[in-house]
Write a protein that binds this ligand. Structure first.
Ligand SMILES: NC(=O)c1ccc[n+]([C@@H]2O[C@H](COP(=O)([O-])OP(=O)(O)OC[C@H]3O[C@@H](n4cnc5c(N)ncnc54)[C@H](O)[C@@H]3O)[C@@H](O)[C@H]2O)c1
Length: 316
């Protein structure tokens, strides 16, 4: 029986991946320590429907101390999504959490996966490895934040373990949005600042910064394709981006139109380590994975809005 092992299963992306793999009939083991970086209550809610599924089991453990090889079996596919995301919190003393939960945890996952002869590890890297250097002409890795450095180190670890025989594929996710988006992320904050309440959106910089926003279902689709035995192992990380970039100002306008009210904004200086633009090259993902993002930003935002309303229990 094919098994999927998902680290970070209770998180934003991990919980969607868990649901999709269960819906496909797979047996899923989720591993998460319910890190209190943001409230574990949200993470419990993220897993509420999966926990009712008999094919799902949850291991509530910290990858930094847990012996993952005690769970892994030969032939498993490991989706390693656990980590400490977030550029801003990786500065200063926050870097130790990035080092521990990204670099150290990933090295432990790769080591256990190699020992257990799993079929493949697919892991979550980030567009942050590029910093500002990803343009349509250049794809140089050049992080400009400590978080980006930690993800670039994970990619190098993947290379090291690949040389030792581990089948491992890196996915560089570009700004993911959609239902259950982490509370620190822009779309979630924008909706909160447009919906009734006191929350004010801290607009860092001019709003001209452009991102390839990628809907979470598209991210999950790409990640599952990378876990398929039909896809050959590939050393080059995949860019997984939404296909069209939009500025933060454009997103603000769209959110205001969807909600039907203005966003409460507090203008602040530009954030450290925030690239002006991110550009994905999705050609390799199209050719090798047969994947292309299919969700328009407008549709994804409307979907995100509905889920925010549900979460805030504003719907009837
Ligand atoms: N959301 C994005 O836009 C985005 C973009 C690029 C890359 N990524 C990467 O994708 C992955 C998932 O991101 P997300 O937005 O779903 O984040 P998330 O914080 O919602 O999910 C991460 C999960 O990992 C768990 N975790 C953290 N450290 C752990 C540890 N030591 N042991 C066990 N569990 C641990 C957390 O409790 C959390 O539930 C992360 O690796 C992140 O860096 C996310």
């Amino acid at each position: 029986m094919k098994r999927a092992i998902i680290t970070g299963a209770a998180g934003f992306i991990g919980s969607h991946l868990t649901e999709k793999l269960l819906a496909k009939g797979e047996t899923v083991v989720g591993i998460d320590n319910f890190d209190p970086w943001y409230t574990p209550r949200i993470k419990k809610q993220n897993l509420s429907s999966s926990l009712k599924n008999e094919s799902f089991s949850l291991v509530q453990e910290d990858l930094l101390s847990f012996d993952l090889s005690s769970v892994l079996q030969k032939g498993d596919v490991v989706y390693h999504l656990a980590g400490r995301p977030g550029v801003q919190d990786s500065w200063g003393s926050g870097f130790s959490a990035s080092v521990e939960n990204n670099i150290l945890a990933t090295q432990r996952v790769f080591e256990a996966a190699l020992e257990s002869e799993v079929q493949r590890v697919v892991f979550a890297s980030s567009s942050s490895v590029y910093g500002s250097s990803a343009t349509s002409l250049s794809r140089e890795v050049g992080p400009i934040s400590p978080y980006g450095v930690s993800k670039a180190a994970c990619e190098q670890l993947a290379q090291v373990y690949r040389f030792r025989g581990l089948d491992v594929i890196a996915m560089r996710y570009f700004t993911v949005y959609g239902p259950r988006q982490r509370p620190d992320m822009a779309m979630n904050r924008l909706f909160r600042a447009a919906l009734p309440g006191d929350y004010v959106f801290p607009l860092r910089g001019t709003g001209a910064q452009r991102r390839e926003f990628t809907f979470v279902e598209d991210i999950v689709d790409a990640t599952m394709k990378a876990g398929s035995p039909d896809v050959q192992q590939i050393a080059e990380p995949f860019d997984i981006g939404g296909g069209v970039s939009a500025s933060l100002s454009e997103v603000i306008e769209k959110v205001e139109r969807i909600v039907g009210s203005s966003i409460r904004v507090d203008l602040q200086p530009a954030a450290k380590g925030d690239p002006l633009i991110t550009v994905a090259n999705t050609e390799p993902a199209q050719k090798i994975l047969g994947w292309q993002a299919s969700t328009e930003l407008q549709d994804g935002l409307e979907n995100h809005h509905v889920s925010m309303l549900e979460a805030l229990q504003l719907t009837q």
